[in-house]
Ligand binder design. Sequence first.
Ligand code: 0X9
Ligand code: ZN
Length: 424
Amino acid sequence: MKLLAAFSSALALATAASIATPPRPAKKSYDGYKVFRVAVGPETNRINALVEKYDLKTWKGAPRAGAYADIVVPPAQASAFRADVADLEVITMHQDLGAAIADESSFSVYAAGSANATWFNSYHAYSDHLQFLRDLQSSFPSQSEIVTAGNSLNGNPITAIHFWGSAGKGVKPAIVLHGTVHAREWISTMVVEYLGYNLLTNYATSAEIKSFVDKYDFYIFPVVNPDGFLYTQSSDRLWRKNRQSTSGSTCIGHDINRNWPYQWSVTGGASTNPCAEDFKGKAQSDAPETTALAAWLKTTKANQGLKLFIDYHSYSQLFMTPYGYSCTTVSAKNTELQALAKGAVAAIKATHGLTYQYGPICSTIYKATGSSVDYVNDVVGSDYTFTTELRDTGNNGFVLPANQIVPTGEETYAAFRYLLLNMT
Ligand code: 0X9
Ligand code: ZN
């Protein structure tokens, strides 16, 4: 009886504690939001002024001449904004962004222990991604392990599946794939997993895949920004950065892909404003994720060599090479890198007919300082370094329907296979 009384008062306490916890902020609604793609000619200043006037978010950096600006517009501003750009070429990418997000977010239930190809039919909750990796690992216990590159700011392990072939663990040069440094780029999570899954599950039956896995050690990191990814699932689907605060600002988040400690001080390729989507941080490598990943890459390179590093992003369909920090400095291996990139995009086209552009980051997309690729290429020293912007160039952008996961995985594997066959 006494025990029961103690138990029920403990229960009452626990209940009181949970009532005292402030409610989570509701998930941001994008119901009725529009996404407009505006062709920007000489009107850069005008479009930027509109973005400022209506306090809008853009998806692919600030509007600039000669490029399309993909602009997210809340329902209340939609007709005024549309009238302001009536003289320009405008496509409505999303008529109702909230509806597209709801569609994409109908995750199928993942039953632990069932790592099979149906995984790629939908997007998934972060905890299920970790379970999927554990399950995949336990299907191949003698040739794989789960590794972590350290912890995120909020203490989430930055997790990878590591697998190897007949030579055993840690002997062959490493191939390292990163996904989801930008939290909202969900297709990159799925595609990086697809590449790992394809190699592991076909090792026993495909002589070609066996030859790849016998030649290299693979480290597959589907989510290198777990705090940001969790935030896209709990609070705001369109979150990009990590979840770090900055003294003197109420804005949250450092862009991990502007924070790597190489050519970080070069101006013009990142923002010094903590509220910006491409905030570089207050100091190079002040994001714990950057520090952890950089140290892990250096150690891995020292232990076994680093053959290939690819950082997967979305969207725009680009296959890119160093550098981001300069449009004039070219990589020492530029000729070979461009030849490989050209072959990779041809392999993509041969899969489902999609066109990807290729070239150095700075001249292909825009100047970006402190990005992973420049650091890995020049400081860690990877034999080959690339970064990809996955699908699409159509209306979906970051909110790519789940029925495109498998085809995107297939074409991305074709590009990856091309590299594996042709790197010297
Ligand atoms: O701004 C970026 O970091 C990349 N574009 S994104 O829309 N995915 O954010 C472009 C920079 C090029 N670098 C890499 N893709 N790593
Ligand atoms: Zn990105």
